[in-house]
Design a protein around this ligand. Sequence first.
Ligand code: SF4
Length: 96
Amino acid sequence: MNIERKEKIAERLAQIPKLYRGIYDKAITGKSRKAAMHAQCLECCGWQIKEVFLCTSPQCPLYPYRPKSRVPQDAPESVPNEPGLKKSGRGVLQHG
Ligand code: SF4
């Protein structure tokens, strides 16, 4: 990875809420397409997971891949209720 890309990634990472930095890390290193799709949705929605669930752009190519909207009304914003996503001890979304 060249220095310019590393610097840009570090700059972006510093702007991301700590809760979602793991997803971004996994996505940006190319280790998980699923993490990349979810990180993109989170970024699109200002890193507000509930906004991703409420996405109103069914025409977006990522729409079928975003975290689904099966979340109880009172669920904390960092807890997805989607098979395949696990919550770590710190409330971070993790992709298998
Ligand atoms: S599916 Fe919705 S939340 Fe995800 S990138 Fe597209 S518009 Fe944004």
